[in-house]
Design a protein around this ligand. Structure first.
Ligand code: SAH
Length: 221
């Protein structure tokens, strides 16, 4: 069960969350405004409603999580989205990150490997409000060749290595933000695809994501 009412109390809690993110070093005003706008409690079971605006990750279905707001803000800021850019997201999960990117002006293509999570988005209350997000059921290691190339790619699960097919689907000068590492901790990397097809790499802070798993889970129907 979820509560789809957005009250003044919720709005007040969001403002406090945005202040916390500012204190933790998030400076991109568009990202902060998106978080201030989007009712995060819509993405969580009502059991989590009271804590929905704490800066924490929470469980969703299938043993997966909705990322911590700080992590969502951090990755969104590193992407340096420009209006109407095409962005590929790996790991739709709750859909919160995709909606943050849409809110700051991106055209979002998002892939989820868990059939049940993918199916939930058909009904989701905010779906009609964000028509510039396209949802796909598939394996993020494959990317979306049909819709490539992308200006930006964001991976929201822990990648053991940089998936080569994702690099191939970046435009020249395009950037991918991806947490890389095995075990509990990953390093946030920003990969830029250069003119000659090679890549350059910038390294940022460490995070802890659920793993990026190969193949799809569930049955297509
Ligand atoms: N962006 C999400 C975070 C979800 S957690 C949000 O805002 O809520 C990571 C998600 O990545 C999980 O839902 C998991 O099922 C998914 N995932 C893991 N490996 C994947 C893969 N190879 N392809 C697509 N999705 C994957």
């Amino acid at each position: 069960m979820r509560n789809y009412e957005d009250s003044y109390r919720h709005k007040g809690l969001r403002k406090q969350l945005v202040d916390q993110l500012r204190q933790k070093g998030i400076t991109d005003e568009r990202v902060l405004e998106a978080i201030n706008t989007i009712p995060r409690h819509f993405f969580l079971d009502s059991a989590f409603e009271k804590v929905a605006y704490e800066d924490k990750a929470f469980p969703i279905a299938e043993g997966q999580t909705i990322s911590q707001p700080y992590t969502v803000a951090y990755q969104s800021q590193l992407l340096e989205i420009k209006l109407h850019e095409k962005v590929l997201e790996i790991g739709t999960g709750s859909g919160y990150q995709a909606i943050v990117l849409s809110e700051i002006g991106a055209k979002v293509f998002t892939i989820e490997r868990q059939k049940n999570l993918f199916d939930e988005h058909r009904q989701f209350i905010l779906r009609k409000k964000y028509p510039n997000i396209k949802y796909f059921y598939g394996d993020g290691y494959e990317g979306l060749p049909t819709f490539s190339p992308f200006d930006k790619i964001i991976v929201t699960a822990a990648a053991p290595y940089i998936p080569p097919k994702l690099v191939e689907q970046l435009k020249t000068g395009g950037k991918m933000v991806i947490p890389v590492g095995e075990g509990g901790i990953q390093r946030m990397l920003r990969i830029t695809r250069e003119k000659d097809g090679s890549t350059s790499e910038e390294s940022f802070d460490t995070f802890s994501f659920v793993p990026m798993v190969e193949g799809r889970n569930g049955h297509a129907n």
